[in-house]
Design a protein. Structure first.
Length: 250
């Protein structure tokens, strides 16, 4: 069981609801016909993707295909020039910058390729950061952060800074930071891209297990078929369009 969470999260993780149309009940987070360019270079050209509550979806594609841009639009980091982004029944792309920032802070979690830990903070302070930013007092936030260290095989590393951690250890700290606040959606952009195969497999096993137990929806960007195999479903982005779907895995 994921630290600090009840068995209800595990039940939610097993739900697979389907729906149709923008903002349909079965599509917890959805991109509809997104287009976005950087200068004269198109990044997305009518990209659409719907993800059910509790589903883990891998977004695959070659470098420059638009997969990370799609993730950033779904997360409200970028706003598409056309198209719609829905989250839990609301038009995310119509929200103000402040409201999208609050959504990312309070309801979304993130794990990036390099981990992006704050070097001045200890490992446990990095994990506690989302809780502190949401207004939780330092004592309870640090206590909640520490509960993740045994689960992720990081016992004894709580006081180390990022420069004192291996790549695999730092990425597990980043994973704990992404999940500590119990986000409704976890966005993971190449979370194993900087790791060797053994460390990458460990991180993915931990990510999937924690997400299942919390009932967290996961949008996972990767170019690695071995990483995508952990997902319930894969989509392939080419030239800014979601072009291929494969069925749910057993």
């Amino acid at each position: 069981m994921t630290p600090g969470h009840s068995a209800a999260g595990r039940s939610a993780a097993n739900l697979r609801v389907t729906g149709h149309g923008p903002g349909a009940p079965g599509k917890f987070i959805e991109a509809v016909d997104l287009s976005l360019s950087f200068g004269s270079t198109p990044a997305l050209r009518g990209a659409s993707l719907g993800v059910a509550k509790g589903e883990i979806v891998a977004v695959m594609g070659p470098s420059g295909s638009g997969k990370s841009t799609l993730l950033h639009c779904l997360a409200g980091i970028l706003v598409p020039s056309s198209g719609e982004v829905h989250f839990n029944g609301m038009r995310l792309d119509r929200l103000s910058d402040d409201k999208r920032s609050a959504l990312r802070r309070d309801r979304f979690g993130f794990v990036f390729q390099s981990g992006q830990l704050v070097p001045e903070l200890t490992a446990e302070e990095n994990v506690a950061l989302p809780l502190l930013l949401s207004g939780m007092r330092r004592g309870p936030a640090m206590a909640a952060a520490r509960t993740w260290f045994p689960t992720l095989g990081l016992d004894g590393l709580e006081s180390r800074r990022s420069g004192e951690l291996s790549g695999g250890q730092a990425q597990r700290v980043a994973l704990a930071r992404g999940l500590v606040a119990g986000p409704e959606v976890l966005f993971a952009d190449e979370p194993t891209g900087a790791l060797d195969s053994v460390s990458g497999e460990l991180v993915m096993n931990l990510l999937v297990t924690a997400a299942r137990e919390q009932g967290t929806t996961v949008v996972l960007v990767t170019h690695d078929a071995r990483v995508a195999a952990y997902a319930d479903r894969e989509v392939v982005v080419r030239d800014g369009t979601v072009s291929t779907l494969t069925g749910a895995k057993p």
